[in-house]
Each structure stands twice: as C-alpha cells, then as structure tokens.
Design a protein around this ligand. Sequence first.
Ligand code: PEP
Ligand code: MN
Length: 266
Amino acid sequence: MNANLDIVPMQDWIQTNGKPLIIAGPCSAETEEQVLETARRIKAEGYAHIMRAGVWKPRTRPGSFEGMGEPALKWLVEAKKETGLPLAIEVATPEHIELALKYGVDVLWIGARTTVNPFNVQDLADALKGVDVPVLVKNPVNPDLALWVGAFERLQGSGIKKLGAIHRGFSNAQETKYRNSPMWAMAVELKRLFPQMPLIGDPSHMAGKRALLMELSQRILDLNYDGMIIETHRDPDAAWSDASQQVTPEKLGEMLRDLEVRNASY
Ligand code: PEP
Ligand code: MN
C-alpha cells in the first residue's frame, strides 16, 4: 500500500514522561456521581494521562443504553476541573464534534463502527476542518487495513495532523477466545506504514472479559505500542455497558504495576 501522512508526534500533544500513554475511564458516562467518583479514583492511582468516557454509545442492537449525551459532557468537564485529567470521548456525527469542542474535550476518537463507513468518516473530517484537536481512529470492525488508512487520509485532508490509531481488534463470525480478535499483524503493518503514528492498544474491547486483560496488555506492551486505553469503572459489575470487561481504577493500578513495561513503571 502506498500512503503518506504528516503526523505530529504524540509527545507534542500529551506528556507521558516516556511511559506508554494510559487512557482510563468508563465505557459510558452514566451519572454525575459515577463519572466523578471514577475520575477521583483514577486520579488517586496516578497512572492515567487522559480520562475516557462514552457520551454517545454505538450499540449493536436498539433497546440498550445509548449514552447520556450532553449532560454527560457537563459531568466530564467537572471531572476534568477536579482532577486535571484531559478528556477523550467518541464522536460519530458532526453534532457530536460540535458539542465536544463546545465543552472543550481534549481528544476525540472515532469508533470501530464509524471507521467502516467512508461517508460517515468524511462527514467527521469535514466538521473538523480547521480544528486543531488530536483524533484517534479505532480500527474498523472488519480486518480491512485500507479502510483504517482511508480514515486517516480523510482526516488529514481536513488538516488534522495530531492523529493516532487505536487497535481494538476485529469482530468474528465464530465464537473465539476474544470478543474481537487482535490480528496483531494488522496493527504492526499500520505501524510499518506510518512509524510516526501513535499506536494505542485497547485490550478491553479485544478481551470482552476481565480475565484476558493482563495477557493482552502484556502483549501490547511487548509489541512496543505507544499506549493503552482501558475501561475503568467504579463498580464494573454494575456498569450500563461492557460490564464484563471493565475493572476498578485500583485493579487497573495493580495490573499496570504487575506488567513489564520497558523503561518505565506505574
Ligand atoms: C468504546 O470504546 O466504548 C467502544 C464503543 O469501542 P469500539 O468502537 O471499539 O467498539
Ligand atoms: Mn466499551
């Protein structure tokens, strides 16, 4: 594949002191108390560089929790005010982008179900024209490297240079050990094409269950990824989405301390 992207190094928009970037926070922002308590407990652990939370949730089937929308943005702004942690949320429509920017969200990400649709990605790129915000792009749900690359190219067409990739794995037709198969070669190839591209592993969505988080996180670190995004909830079993893969902020701290991290410790 022939592709060329002009990418601003990650250190130019987030300071991690040479450590892999850690983005922690709940799958979804559910209530003000849940957001604030989770944020405080993440902050107290000291490992996180950015807090994540889903404000609009792309659910596979209707009838499940679809996110709290704009009120959740207010809770997140409150959490940032208290903890100083920059915020990252998923955006899937131009309206989401408009609201995220209005509330000063620091980092945007494009979800796996959005990356698959070039019309959708182009709409987001158009909405980002002239905006200087880091945008992370999750791999498409299907293992199609060109679609992933195409999303970066569309964003770059709007002048976005603070780009990063989130590897969250690929959906399966058959039951497998993983909720989404990592297919590591796909991310390694992306990194080969774009050595400057920050590559962030999402062991939570690869795993689908807590028991697999450690082995996936260690693999991500062994492959020298630039960071990880891990779902972290004050009461994982009671989460309104992705309950089985979330861990408490303290459990994540324990995990990070047990992982072998090159040149770093948490
Ligand atoms: C998420 O990060 O909560 C999410 C919906 O992820 P994905 O787009 O990878 O399914
Ligand atoms: Mn999730």
